[in-house]
Design a protein around this ligand. Structure first.
Ligand SMILES: Cc1cc2nc3c(=O)[nH]c(=O)nc-3n(C[C@H](O)[C@H](O)[C@H](O)COP(=O)(O)O)c2cc1C
Length: 388
């Protein structure tokens, strides 16, 4: 199984991610990872920071001549903005007088709970790590993981299905490839031109009013075999693992699979996915996919479908009421440079973390120290299913 840690502050010199448990024998295309990092930087409604950054991974360990060989992989992503923060984010105690402490916590951020918990008197020491800048490392990780299942025809896609109270339709006739193309071309990552126009107008209006917007992202994973994850233990359930990963993202307030909360409002007869059998393909089939692709924490072989709710961003240019942590006087939240809406980027990030969890469950099921061994285990399992 893969394990990982990320490190780095938003305005520090760089972000780092170490990935352990990587099988040998995979050719890794770094440009594909950089393309996903660029996808995360796009989207209507972002602030000035994305114009400064040009995210790219630098490999420090674990890849030789383009290939994995079993060692832990370390990726570094430089923060271009660090050059504007060198003294204020310095590790050198002699620079400690260079930064004015941030003392007015912003409602909705980790600011207040963080300084109280860590007994700090500068909110910057919380906000730098709580920042969604960390998600650049998560995208590098997911994009790398995607390459570990590329030989097995698994595809994962994230896109936007709503921003604020504007819903974007998803045309049912589109294949996942077509949906990927359409949403990639949209500045707000939707597949609905009318909704796109309305969303852009809403973002513009929010910007003028110093306000922010959230939204809902959908992630679909196609090509999963039946049998990823397990019912036998709480922390092996695929849906639980995917939900944990998504809830760990900044600004996420809700996760639902398939019909999700809607499942609670209908009768069982209207919900559960009836079973059939295709004798030609020699496989069990489903008449619907209301479960969202898992039952008992195990993938069913139907596409995994999960929706994620992102709250409106917490830094408002027309700030909310707060209290100064030093003087305890009434104040308003600090203004940091900020986005109006980051939901289009959040779709790429959600796609990345779902990919990582699926790949991890895949590697657990078909465990091997090399691509050759994993491919053998995978083929053997498909054969076993056909002969069931
Ligand atoms: C892609 C992305 C970009 C974000 N950009 C900002 C931002 O510019 N300004 C802001 O106040 N919050 C931003 N956030 C949200 C905060 O990072 C997040 O709300 C905060 O860290 C508190 O964590 P929590 O909402 O998970 O409790 C962003 C979140 C995501 C996913």
């Amino acid at each position: 199984m893969l394990r990982f840690l990320t490190a780095g502050e938003s305005h520090g010199p760089e972000l780092a991610v170490i990935i352990e448990g990587v099988p040998a024998g995979y050719n890794i295309e770094l440009e594909a990872i950089n393309r996903d990092l660029a996808r995360r930087q796009k989207g209507y409604g972002r602030g000035g920071r994305m114009a400064i950054e040009h995210d790219q991974v630098r490999v420090v360990s674990g890849i030789r001549f383009g290939r994995t060989f079993g060692s832990p992989i370390t990726f570094i992503i430089e923060n271009q903005d660090f050059k504007n923060w060198e003294k204020r984010m310095s590790a050198d105690p002699r620079d400690s007088g260079e930064a004015k402490p941030v003392t007015r916590p912003r409602p909705g951020h980790a600011d207040l709970a963080g300084v109280l918990k860590y007994h700090l008197d500068d909110i910057r020491e919380i906000l730098e790590r709580a920042s969604a800048r960390e998600t650049a490392a998560r995208v590098a990780l997911g994009s790398f993981a995607r390459q570990l299942v590329a030989p097995f025809d698994i595809s994962v896609l994230g896109y936007v299905v709503g921003i604020g109270n504007i819903e974007a339709a998803v045309p049912a006739e589109l294949t996942i490839e077509q949906l990927a193309k359409v949403t990639e071309e949209s500045p707000v990552r939707v597949a609905d031109a009318d909704a796109e126009r309305a969303i852009i107008a809403e973002i513009d209006q929010c910007k003028r009013q110093g306000d922010t917007l959230g939204g809902i992202v959908e992630v679909i994973a196609d090509g999963l075999p039946v049998g990823l994850g397990s019912h036998v233990q709480w922390d092996r359930k695929l849906d639980g693992r995917v939900a944990h990963a998504l809830m760990s993202l900044q600004a996420v307030k809700g996760v639902e699979f398939g019909k999700g909360f809607g499942a609670a409002r209908v009768r069982g007869s209207q919900l559960h996915d009836e079973i059939g059998y295709d004798p030609v393909a020699k496989r069990f089939t489903r008449h619907s996919n209301n479960s969202g692709g898992t039952e008992g924490g195990i993938s069913t072989g139907e596409p995994l479908r999960v929706r994620v709710a992102f709250k409106p961003l917490s830094t408002l240019m027309r700030p909310l009421r707060s209290a100064d942590i030093k003087t305890k006087a009434e104040a308003v939240g600090t203004i940091e440079r900020s986005d109006v809406c980051a939901v289009p980027a959040a779709a790429v990030i959600a796609e990345s973390v779902v990919t990582f969890e699926i790949v991890n469950a895949f590697l657990e099921k078909f465990a091997g120290d090399s691509l050759a061994e994993i491919a053998r285990n995978y083929r053997g399992y498909l054969e076993q299913l056909r002969n069931y």
